[in-house]
Design a protein around this ligand. Structure first.
Ligand SMILES: O=C(O)C1=C[C@@H](OP(=O)(O)O)[C@@H](O)[C@H](O)C1
Ligand SMILES: C=C(OP(=O)(O)O)C(=O)O
Length: 455
């Protein structure tokens, strides 16, 4: 069955990143203040957690309004390869319907899994493969082989799982699943990615002795994503105790089958909400959840720091920006931010800061050097290429005001680099993004929605 709800012939959700045949995508500039109302597809982080939990559950689950994108399709294909039945079924909403997930009687390996560039797939599925019978080989895009995996690879090995990584600790590797994982106590260093902790917690109820997991090392980034994992497990009847910071305990037991709604992706709301600040006017996102663990909810407090006003009316969240000042500035304020919890939002906020009238310093994001690309280096390089005055720090960026000009913007196969280029292009004419197709990682409808934003 064809899962993909989109059918542009040039787009292959399983293929390599698309380079536009004409040499790039000319980012549209905003000719007037915005007044857009937009609905967005489901959250990547919630969809890929719920797919894993549904596959490990004690019966079939329906995920309503999930995300259909490259990352979620890779997760679907990976779980199918391990024996899970996943069907796309009609549902409410505009973005591809629902998913019905029926767990396998017994998970089976003897397969290969393509992780693409998806952190959630490369981290969340190896523990599931350890619960399957037979070998599962994991690999992904070229850059995926550079992304840190040690917390999962060494963690599973320490739990007694036969994982053959040729000593590298990165993709590719093979998990020789035996159908069971003993579990018990485990120490890992999760300072490179919170996904190491989430990965082990998601499968932990199925380990024979559960898991008593302790983080040793520097600060764990992206803590809200661990809270999301804990909340997703709780909704399926699994309690995660945290007797002290950096320690999580899961008892063995069933993961309940449940039908649930996937919230819209609030991190993917960022470029659209930021657009209101660049262009002036207002942008409203519908379906904003009243209560959420998504880190995108922090935009409500972050965007006013740049000078915007954020209002909520039921499930509609609106960002309003003032008119541009008469002094020729953009009316965007500089910020000093520690984004260690919200590194996922950093590229779009750095793009906004590059259009501000005042300097900004954004720190706490050393770990985003290990995201889809080295985002700190990529942001500094691309902004400076357009006339910016951006300095790399070990764990962040310093951004001085500078007049930007048009030119090429490389996305480095990174969806958030691509959307950051689009943000710059709203305010600066002739910005050309080499690979806008990389947005298919989490938002295949990006260019269509960007068009609606400006209509
Ligand atoms: O668990 C998740 O869904 C995610 C966790 C975070 O990863 P890091 O902890 O590696 O930053 C985040 O940046 C990523 O986009 C999604
Ligand atoms: C870091 C990100 O993705 P991943 O899930 O691949 O880590 C991201 O979406 O910003």
């Amino acid at each position: 069955m064809q899962i993909s709800p989109y059918s542009e012939p040039e787009f292959d959700p399983y293929g390599d990143r698309q380079t536009e045949p004409d040499g790039g995508w000319l980012a549209p500039t905003a000719a007037r203040p915005l007044g857009a109302v937009l609905a967005l597809p489901g959250s990547k982080s919630l969809t890929n957690r719920e797919l894993v939990l549904a596959a490990l559950a004690d019966g079939p689950s329906t995920l309503r309004a999930p995300l259909f994108s490259r990352d979620s399709e890779l997760m679907i294909e990976g779980l199918r390869a391990l024996g899970t039945t996943i069907e796309q079924i009609p549902g409410q909403g505009d973005f591809g319907g629902d998913l019905r997930v029926t767990p396998a009687d017994e998970l089976t390996g003897s397969t290969t899994i393509d992780c693409g560039l998806a952190g959630t797939v490369m981290r969340f599925l190896p523990p599931v493969a350890a619960l399957a019978l037979g070998p599962t080989t994991f690999d992904g895009d070229e850059y995926a082989r550079k992304r840190p995996m040690a917390g999962v690879v060494r963690g599973l090995q320490a739990l007694g799982v036969d994982l053959d990584d040729d000593g590298r600790g990165t993709l590719p590797f093979t998990v020789h699943g035996t159908g069971r994982v003993g579990g018990g106590t485990l120490e890992i260093d999760a300072s490179a990615s919170s996904q190491f902790v989430s990965a082990l917690l998601l499968s932990a109820p199925r380990f024979e002795r559960g898991l008593d997991l302790r983080h040793i090392g520097e600060r764990v980034p992206s803590m809200p994503h661990i809270e999301m994992t804990i909340a997703s497990l709780a909704a399926r009847g699994v309690e995660v105790a945290s007797p002290e910071p950096g320690r999580w305990v899961v008892e063995p037991g069933p993961i309940a089958a449940v039908d649930l709604d996937i919230e819209p992706d609030l991190s993917n709301a960022a470029p659209f909400l930021v657009a209101a600040i660049v262009a002036g006017g207002s942008v409203t996102i519908t379906g904003w959840p009243a209560d959420t663990t998504q880190v995108g909810a922090q935009l409500i407090d972050l965007l006013p720091r740049f000078g915007a006003t954020v209002t909520r009316d039921g499930d509609r969240l609106t960002v309003h920006a003032p008119r541009r000042p008469a002094d020729g500035g953009r009316g965007i304020r500089g910020v000093d931010l520690d984004l260690s919890e919200a590194g996922e939002l950093a590229p779009n906020l750095v793009a906004l800061a590059a259009l501000a009238d005042e300097p900004s310093t954004i720190i706490g994001i050393g770990h985003i050097r290990h995201h889809e690309t080295d985002r700190i280096a990529a942001l500094a390089t691309e902004l400076n290429g357009l006339g910016g005055r951006v300095t790399e720090l070990d764990d962040g960026l310093r951004i001085e005001p500078a007049p930007l000009h048009g030119g090429p913007w490389r996305a480095y196969a990174d969806h958030r680099m691509a959307t950051s280029g689009a943000i710059i292009g709203l305010g600066v004419s002739d910005v050309v993004i080499d690979d806008i197709g990389s947005t298919s990682k989490t938002l295949p409808q990006f260019t269509e929605l960007w068009g609606k934003l400006l209509a």
